[in-house]
Design a protein around this ligand. Sequence first.
Ligand SMILES: Cc1cc2nc3c(=O)[nH]c(=O)nc-3n(C[C@H](O)[C@H](O)[C@H](O)COP(=O)(O)OP(=O)(O)OC[C@H]3O[C@@H](n4cnc5c(N)ncnc54)[C@H](O)[C@@H]3O)c2cc1C
Length: 421
Amino acid sequence: MKAVVVGSGLIGITSAYFLANRGWEVTVVDRRDGPGQETSFANGALLTPSMPEPWNAPGSWRVLLRSLGRTDSPLLLRVRAVPGLSGWGLGFLRNSSPARYERNTRRNSALALYSLAALQALRRDTGIEYGQAQVGTLRVFREAAALERAVESAERLRDAGLVFRALTRDEVVALEPALAPIARRLAGGIHYPNDETGNAHTFCRNLAELARRAGVEFQFETMASEIEVRARRVMAVICKGKRLTADRYVVAAGSYTPELLADVGIAIPVRPVKGYSVTFDRHSEDPPLRIPVVDDGFHAVVVPIDNGIRVAGTAEFAGYDLSLPDGRIGNLFTLLGQILPQAEFDRTAARFWCGLRPMSADGVPIIGPTPIENLWVNTGHGPLGWTMAVGSGRLLTDLMAGESVDVDARAYALARFYGTP
Ligand SMILES: Cc1cc2nc3c(=O)[nH]c(=O)nc-3n(C[C@H](O)[C@H](O)[C@H](O)COP(=O)(O)OP(=O)(O)OC[C@H]3O[C@@H](n4cnc5c(N)ncnc54)[C@H](O)[C@@H]3O)c2cc1C
């Protein structure tokens, strides 16, 4: 069997790797000059089955409306992005009812836990390295009510396999002494010992290399401009004016998946949600932080990565804009100062980045077949694409091979947006 995969981010590469390992002949096309150059490049580096909640929590629309035009807000809705969100936005709101939010949280939780186990198996099988660490994550809270809500939410996921420990302020500092200077501002925290970290871009590069050894052909600097369809079958993907043909086609083009599929009449309810990161390469034996810290109130993460530190966060509905405004970068420095006020970082050596999270209308990824017989999709992972990448690649390829799957595939099917609850 031959397959063409569009996209070499975390999701396209894992899909291609598992197809090749089943003996498929796979070609990956990507418009960039190497793997993982877009949203999978400098993300928050966290693998967190502990945080499967979609971003459209009950009441989140109020927070978004309050953010309109407030560029210092961690969550920002740009006025110019509103028209492009119309249909998708209604779906986003509809899915913020308590019942749907709970259901979607469970769906993400199942895939995230499955994915972490699949990543661990991949590590055992291949020895792949990507600066990984298994120290868990520490989520800290500035308000007692928020901590209480998070503990309740974690309790509800205990039966799904979530392991966690609620911590007092003193226990937070005992676990991560670097937080001592802000201890009196904290209400407490939660430690999720099974979460992991790793550099997503390094993973993309190294998994692409393993895929190449398994026979995958990568065509970089190759834009897929059109999908040619006849009688409800894909005949080819058009790249640089040439027809690339296969038996099956996978679109894993992140936030750009909807525009590619709209041309063949398939509506993919995914929109870009912009986020930023700044990385300080501090080659020191003594990193300022031992364990990744997620600050609930500031919607930010501070993560030790490759001997350095990365701060990532903020969510902005700004369409496909990839600019790096000073104000938003300043925001990240402010967040860092709120979490590690004592640490000194060389701002002149900081590397800034932004990416577009492919966010589905219900906050759950879209993995599986489309109404076009030989066309498959793997996208919509929003803020959890690294956490869910390996499991999503496995799930898609199990489905494409017609094999039994380890999770409830209907929960991630595109068909759920067309009538099935
Ligand atoms: C600030 C930030 C922090 C994050 N932190 C975390 C985290 O800590 N943990 C976590 O789990 N997730 C995190 N995420 C989310 C995660 O990074 C994404 O969900 C994930 O990278 C999406 O992967 P992807 O392969 O779908 O998309 P991408 O990585 O964007 O890959 C899509 C690829 O398709 C290519 N492409 C698009 N259109 C075409 C075309 N027409 N022709 C050819 N090629 C095309 C692009 O060049 C790109 O390489 C974060 C995201 C952001 C922005």
